[in-house]
Design a protein around this ligand. Structure first.
Ligand SMILES: Nc1ncnc2c1ncn2[C@@H]1O[C@H](COP(=O)(O)OP(=O)(O)O)[C@@H](O)[C@H]1O
Ligand SMILES: [Mg+2]
Length: 330
């Protein structure tokens, strides 16, 4: 995998090529101060302007105080960018799925009030982004695992991608591996579950995806090796969901990269792609994002009335700790 291949998989590169076959989206350049804010570990505080509209009276800036000093944590405000985001969200129907150049904050959905990546404003997007290792990866090491480390990094302009929210049924999602512009392998994307309809419709799924690929994708992308994620809706129509680099940064799901990279072993004996999916006799596996989660108590708190509850909880814990320390000092 070369740096240039990774650069080609940025949303703003592939979206114009395949616009008719994917979910309607909007791309906003990320201002430098927003990037700095997203990378700053010290402030898991979302700007309050978005909350003000939702609250009867705006809370004062909260304060972390100890005996000697008082520090006020003030969230930064980005009025111009906030306005652009709200406008784009509105044009996309009011609910969006956010991502950066390559990744969505899938590892952070536990922190969202609705435990989902569905967002309506910039505060919700920031909360997810600031909690996500996948987002940090995009911002700090997009060319990890590339085998041309000596060549200069392609210039990257960071972008906020807002996609119209769409209820995708996980059993309809498939990852397709393309090598030398041939579709060599297809994997069920959510391999942790057994979906009986996949077993029943195996042939028609392969055909639908193969047709979609040869009619709309093949030879139209900037590279010959890539991975595409598709969705087959209830009418059998196939949609493009995402494009990913052909290499280690992309999860090979029910395949291994050794198998896929050698290609031959997988494709030569066959006319069509190899299709792998989870069958009933396979032990269903835990969700791959589980390890990113936090203890249940926190989740309960964060799904309460608002995210400030979590802050209150942490404040409460801090004051309890101080009480304990005082007691033991006595
Ligand atoms: N517009 C959308 N609305 C709702 N869910 C979406 C949308 N786009 C993607 N998803 C869900 O999020 C998952 C990850 O999306 P994707 O764009 O592939 O991000 P990543 O590249 O970080 O994996 C998809 O498998 C799908 O289940
Ligand atoms: Mg992807």
């Amino acid at each position: 995998m070369k740096k240039q291949q990774v650069a080609h998989c940025q949303f703003s590169v592939w979206y114009p090529l395949f616009k008719q076959h994917t979910i309607k989206s909007s791309i906003l350049p990320l201002p430098k101060n927003v990037i700095d804010y997203l990378l700053d570990d010290g402030t898991l505080v979302v700007p309050e302007s978005d909350y003000i509209a939702q609250q009867t009276n705006a809370d004062e800036d909260f304060e972390w105080s100890d005996d000697e000093t008082t520090t006020t944590v003030t969230a930064p405000e980005f009025p111009d960018f906030t306005a652009k985001v709200l406008k784009a969200v509105h044009l996309l129907g009011g609910c969006v799925f956010p991502k950066l150049n390559w990744s969505a904050p899938k590892d952070a959905n536990w922190i969202a009030l609705n435990s989902s990546l569905q967002c309506q404003n910039l505060s919700e997007i920031f909360l997810l982004f600031k909690s996500s290792d996948f987002i940090t990866h995009d911002l700090t090491q997009p060319f990890l695992h590339c085998n041309d480390q000596d060549s200069p990094d392609p210039v990257i302009n960071f972008e906020l991608v807002l996609r119209k929210w769409s209820e995708l049924i996980p059993g309809g999602e498939f990852r397709c591996f393309v090598k030398e512009n041939k579709l060599i392998a297809i994997s069920q994307r959510d391999y942790t579950q057994y979906y009986p309809h996949i077993l029943k419709q195996e042939e028609s799924i392969i055909h639908a995806i193969q047709d979609f690929f040869s009619q709309h994708i093949q030879y139209r992308f900037l590279d010959d090796d890539f991975v595409l994620d598709v969705y087959r809706d209830s009418q059998g129509r196939v949609w493009l969901i995402d494009l990913n680099p052909f290499g280690k940064v992309t999860d090979p799901l029910l395949f291994t990269w050794a198998e896929l990279a050698s290609g031959g072993g997988i494709s030569q004996t066959q006319d069509g792609p190899i299709f792998r999916y989870t069958t009933s006799d396979v032990t269903v596996q835990p969700s791959p994002c589980l390890s990113y989660r936090i203890p249940r108590d926190f989740v309960d708190l964060s799904t309460g009335e608002d995210a400030n509850k979590l802050v209150d909880f942490l404040k409460l814990q801090k004051s309890q700790q101080e009480d304990d320390e005082d007691e033991s000092a006595e």
